[in-house]
Write a protein that binds this ligand. Structure first.
Ligand SMILES: Cc1cc2nc3c(=O)[nH]c(=O)nc-3n(C[C@H](O)[C@H](O)[C@H](O)COP(=O)(O)OP(=O)(O)OC[C@H]3O[C@@H](n4cnc5c(N)ncnc54)[C@H](O)[C@@H]3O)c2cc1C
Length: 511
């Protein structure tokens, strides 16, 4: 039995209506709690936000939706269903990879389609290696989800289960790039199955092989897009919570917590004072710690993940070689991760994610126009340019990214832009995100699982943390789990995560 919040928990205030807060709210409602959600923004979603840009509907945060069953679990907690509220479109291909040598590869979710693509790209031996890799990824996911991701930890000793031995036997504690290299010899293919460690804030050469679980989510379990954009997901979660009886308050900031001894007794906002029995805090850790009035001691300060520059570009034309998600890899690789995570320089030969959501939902742009979301990883403000530096640097970096993309086949991109919005680490800093990164604490070994800031707070018995700063970590699937785990700390009950549903085979054939 893991620890839970003692005493009454009838009325819970959830601070923040991002994906973690909404997941917590739905699971709490499902367990019979009265729930009030307080969100400073006018809309739900937090980092999964929405901005209107002259007729373009822009998703400001995540674009790659994996593991939608985890969201569905939150809906199911209140007898609702994700698919009743949101149309999920499986992406085929899940990604397109384009390499500096001019070659390209489509990443398919279906095993046979992907093996055929790998064979076309790099020959039969690599296709056989891909099938072995896929089998390994599936086993790795099964071991990790149950015990290491979908789990509340009270102590590192909680790791000592037979699954730890299974994870070790699967090579989960080796290095990610070396492990992927055991299955695939082709350098380009290795990148396709290891770049995801950057989502966790760690270079593939340094990340634990266990982080291949993200490649499982991306390349095996399938990538989806909600019709109406990613923001349709938090919107639907907020609607489901409201329909299940939650009191949702937008445009109201929590300024402090009132306490009596070890318990929070009320949440004070700009507009109100809300008495409560328990509180779930989902803002970034510095904000949560400020509200709690104490910052836990750690032997070493937290290391933060790299940040990102995002250019949202509404254009009057597009380029036929782009898929919904295209990764444009530079020739450089290890040095790129060095720049992002160690030396703190901007990528000299960038690898970029280009998402064109209008591929799947043209209504996100005015008729005949297209939306492009260009994400360039960059160093966080702890090791790279400071937040203040970005006011000069941002526009110059934008121009340099556009020139790189034009050289890589998006000819005429700069001239085609009619609406744009550039987001830099200065903007993430202004949102209150530590180290100017929206990706929180990096998933180094010492900042993962039981070593990541825990969701129970020492010295406050009825406050629980959720969101990307606590366990299990950063990303849409993980913060949805974090909301569920926080609710379990409050209620003492927990459902097990179901196995992911793959797109039906009929949906799978690559287009
Ligand atoms: C550019 C970008 C791209 C990404 N791409 C992907 C991707 O493709 N796939 C993926 O899986 N993940 C991706 N992520 C990561 C993912 O979006 C986040 O990990 C996740 O959305 C974080 O959710 P959260 O609930 O923890 O935090 P948040 O969404 O930040 O929620 C916290 C909420 O608390 C509110 N709040 C803060 N302080 C207060 C206060 N004092 N009072 C009231 N409310 C307050 C905030 O406004 C916010 O709504 C991306 C993130 C970004 C930014």
């Amino acid at each position: 039995m893991t620890r839970t919040v003692p005493g009454p928990t009838d009325h819970v205030v959830v601070v923040g209506a991002g994906l973690a807060g909404l997941s917590a709210a739905l699971h709490l409602l499902g367990a019979g709690r009265r729930v009030t959600v307080v969100e400073r923004d006018a809309l739900p979603g937090g980092r999964a936000g929405r901005r209107d840009l002259g007729g373009y509907r822009v998703d400001t945060g995540p674009t790659v939706l994996t593991m939608p069953d985890l969201a569905d679990e939150a809906f199911a907690a209140v007898g609702d269903s994700l698919r009743r509220r949101v149309e999920l479109i499986p992406l085929h291909p899940a990604y397109r990879a384009r390499f500096a040598d001019g070659s390209g590869l489509d990443v398919h979710t279906d095993a046979d389609a992907m093996a055929a693509e790998v064979e076309r790209f790099a020959g039969p031996a690599e296709a056989a290696g891909y099938r072995r890799l896929r089998d390994w990824l599936e086993r790795l996911y099964r071991v990790q989800m149950r015990r290491f991701i979908d789990a509340n930890f009270d102590s590192p000793l909680d790791l000592l289960t037979p699954d730890l031995a299974r994870l070790a036997a699967l090579g989960g504690f080796g290095r990610l790039d070396a492990r992927i290299g055991r299955f695939l010899a082709d350098e380009r293919l290795r990148r396709v199955f290891s770049f995801q460690s950057l989502y966790a804030g760690v270079a593939p050469a340094r990340a634990l092989a266990a982080y291949a679980v993200i490649a499982y989510m991306d390349t095996v379990a399938g990538v989806y897009f909600p019709r109406g954009g990613m923001h349709a997901l938090p919107r639907a979660m907020a609607d489901a919570a409201a329909d299940a009886g939650a009191d949702l308050r937008f445009g109201d900031r929590v300024t402090r917590l009132e306490r009596s001894g070890q318990r929070i007794t009320a949440v004070v906002t700009d507009q109100d004072r809300i008495p409560c029995d328990a509180v779930v805090l989902t803002p970034d850790l510095p904000v949560a710690h400020r509200l709690l009035g104490r910052r836990p001691r750690r032997p070493l300060p937290l290391r933060h993940a790299p940040s990102a520059v995002v250019l949202h570009a509404g254009t009057d034309r597009t380029w036929s070689h782009l898929a919904h998600h295209t990764i444009s890899f530079g020739a450089a690789w290890r040095s790129t991760f060095d720049e992002l995570t160690r030396s703190g320089r901007l990528m000299s030969d960038p690898s970029l994610l280009i998402t064109r959501p209008t591929t799947t939902d043209p209504t996100l742009a005015p008729p005949g126009h297209h939306l492009h979301y260009i994400l360039a990883p960059c160093p966080n403000t702890d090791i790279g340019p400071r937040a203040a530096d970005w006011s000069d640097l941002g526009p110059r970096y934008r121009d340099s990214l556009l020139s790189v993309l034009e050289r890589r086949g998006l000819d005429g991109l700069a001239a085609a832009i009619e609406q744009e919005c550039l987001v830099t680490p200065a903007d993430w800093h202004a949102e209150g995100h530590a180290a100017g990164t929206p990706f929180s604490a990096a998933h180094t070994f010492t900042q993962t699982g039981p070593f990541r800031p825990r969701n129970l707070v020492r010295g406050t018995e009825n406050a629980v943390l959720a969101g990307c700063g606590t366990t299990p970590g950063v990303g849409v699937p993980t913060v949805l789990v974090s909301g569920k785990l926080a609710a379990a700390r409050v209620t003492g009950t927990r459902r097990r995560t179901p196995a992911p549903t793959r797109p039906a085979p009929a949906e799978e054939a690559p287009r």
